[in-house]
Design a protein around this ligand. Structure first.
Ligand code: ADP
Length: 313
């Protein structure tokens, strides 16, 4: 009797083990495989594929996951092709802008010299309205000069010949202020010690140069204040250049970053070429940051830009 019981017990154990093994082989293991594969796809590894052993439900889930991975891989490839195409188009547009502005420089310089010669040699031979016309030529020649320099700089942003290196921004901003030489009624204050960032020196110089130049140019108070500072959050620096100048209507907040966009005041001569902020935007986005403005008309403007703290290239 005891022997029979033992045999029955053993048979039950073996049967149970077989059921557990079968369950594990057909359901537990495939579910684990599916979970692992789904995690790898979620992490961005679209090369993962699950070996389909069974033609049951888990097998069809595995086949579906493989198809999703196939589709993601194809999409990723398409995206890479498109971004390479975009890169090529941007490069050829930059080259086109560079060649056009570079080649226009020579005939333009001749026109500039002829106008200068006319003014120097023949000024007293012109009557009042002739001299006024000469004056207009001067103004337009200056505008054209700024435009050509601006387009040249804009087209060269991604072709900076300088290397990425640690740049102490305290030193850089002092160089910029010394170059701009703000008038005595405009105080520039560095609100906190600025960091050292890894970037091409000429690029970050141009960013601060354009922002500080604008803050000075659009200052309209008897006592002008320009504040410069930075903050660090996680892996990102946020810089600001703030002024108490004429301010900007919110409807222009986006437009002013477009190339050649200047806010034209009625009955006044244009003050710039509308290239400065476009250059700032191109440089900052190239380095993986963002730029934006906050402003109130008559009260002042604050331009912000971010840069990754560990450099972007
Ligand atoms: P530009 O100054 O040569 O016109 P920018 O691209 O530097 O070109 O600036 C575009 C426009 O944004 C300017 O025409 C001006 O109206 C406005 N702007 C830029 N900076 C300031 C500022 N700090 N305060 C007020 N307006 C500004």
């Amino acid at each position: 009797m005891d022997v029979v019981l033992v045999i029955i017990f053993l048979v039950i154990i073996v049967a149970l083990s077989l059921v557990i093994w079968w369950q594990h082989k057909n359901y537990v293991k495939p579910v684990k495989d599916i979970k692992q594969a789904a995690q790898r796809i979620y992490d961005g590894d679209f090369s993962v594929r699950i070996f389909i052993k069974n033609k049951n439900e888990t097998g069809s889930v595995c086949a579906l996951i493989n198809k999703i991975a196939d589709q993601y891989l194809a999409l990723q490839q398409k995206l890479e092709d498109k971004s390479k195409e975009l890169e090529r188009t941007t490069k050829s547009l930059d080259n086109f802008a560079y060649v056009v502005s570079h080649d226009l420089k020579a005939p333009f310089n001749s026109i500039k010299s002829i106008a200068e010669l006319l003014r120097m040699e023949y000024n007293d031979k012109f009557d009042e309205s002739g001299r006024e016309l000469l004056h207009f030529i001067d103004i337009k020649v200056n505008e054209m000069d700024k435009l050509l320099v601006g387009i040249l700089q804009y087209s060269r942003v991604r072709q900076s010949e300088e290397k990425v290196e640690p740049v102490d921004l305290n030193q850089e901003i002092n160089e910029v202020i010394n170059e701009i030489k703000p008038p005595a009624n405009v105080q520039v204050e560095i609100k906190n010690p600025l960091p050292t960032v890894h970037i091409e020196k000429d690029l970050i110089h141009k960013v601060f140069q354009n922002l500080v130049e604008n803050a000075v140019k659009y200052s309209n108070k008897t006592e002008g204040h320009i504040d410069i500072g930075s903050e660090k959050h996680d892996n990102l620096y946020t810089f600001y250049v703030s002024d108490n100048g004429k301010g900007i209507d919110p409807k222009y907040f986006e437009k002013i970053f477009n190339i050649f966009y200047s806010i034209q005041e009625p009955d006044t001569e244009p003050t710039g070429s509308g290239v400065g902020l476009a250059i700032v935007k191109k440089i900052i986005e190239y380095k993986g940051g963002q730029v934006w403005v906050d402003s109130e008309v008559k009260k002042g403007s604050t331009f912000y830009f971010t840069l990754p703290a560990n450099g972007s290239h």
